[in-house]
Write a new protein. Sequence first.
Length: 260
Amino acid sequence: MTVLLTMFVAVAGQGPPPASQPAASAPAAPTSQPADGVIRVELAVPQGVEVQSVSALARRGGKQKQHAGRRNPRTGLYEIGPLPHPGRYDLVVDTGIGRIEGADLDRLRGEFDALIDRPADERPTRPFTDADRAAIRKIVDAIEQFEDFNRILLLAGHGEHATALIEKRRTRPFYRSRNEIIWRIELWYFRWRYGGWEKTPNVEKVLYRQRLPKPEFARLKWNFDASLGGIAIDADGRSPLVRFEVPAKLDPARGPVAQP
């Protein structure tokens, strides 16, 4: 079932989460998973939060396809698949407090990148520091864009590479529209070269682009989480068991969160 980019769900504000507890009293899931192309998810859910569904998004060629999961009553795990493999998937946990969606923060990979890059065992490694984060933030802030608001939701460093999930909004009037917002979620890629960070041009990945009324945007309740992103199934159909703690409330720093 192809996911329409107009899909939104409801969520809540921010606050310290209470102690979480397993979604169901089931035997501990084995670390080694069957080679069957199925992604299995173990959730820890705070009291009072309802899990409505768990699914996987396949993002390829600017499109995304959603694969619904189901809860196995015997194990208590959510199972999605069998899915096409090998492949990488971003998981979505829809709850009574809102949508929590994975984002794949793996480094940029492609044919051209592979040609100019060195093998992993020869590639120099460097720690990813607060100074690196600040430098990338400065790059993001300095880029002139149609949007008048942008921020980094998630950021991960990989030695000489970094990946950021960017939220962009056009809040000022544009064209003939005065009460609408353009909202975008994109993956940007960065590379350490000649002693500094630079944005890799023309490789951004647009996950969402929405034009919607401001009152509708104000009701959005949507978080992004790196631990639910880039879940890999290898050529044999094996994937790791995904363990995730559902928050009691969403974090406004990780996406639009409607205020009560």
